[in-house]
Design a protein around this ligand. Sequence first.
Ligand code: FES
Length: 103
Amino acid sequence: MSIVTLNVVRGDSETGRRTEDYEVPYREGMSLLDAIFWIREHKDTSFSVRYSCRSANACKECMAVVDGKAGYLCSIRAVPDSRVHIEPLTGLPWIKDLATSLE
Ligand code: FES
């Protein structure tokens, strides 16, 4: 079975910033947001990420920095047997993990 490794920024302003690796079973057509949902379901229910529409690329809430470039987690496809670094957007107040304030 193929996996996708997500290297993700975790933490908040009190605990500080750290990165953690998560190995997620790859599924055809899986987005990075789908991979994060898998982590929340199977590894850590406290993982914070902002989203609403989940796939329509309509709400614009799931934006993060993926391998150095800003993009929507619900529209970036996971690549089998790859490793991807994901961090919160810069320039916005950081709330927790990948969630930033929209204000
Ligand atoms: S979850 Fe709405 S644009 Fe990604």
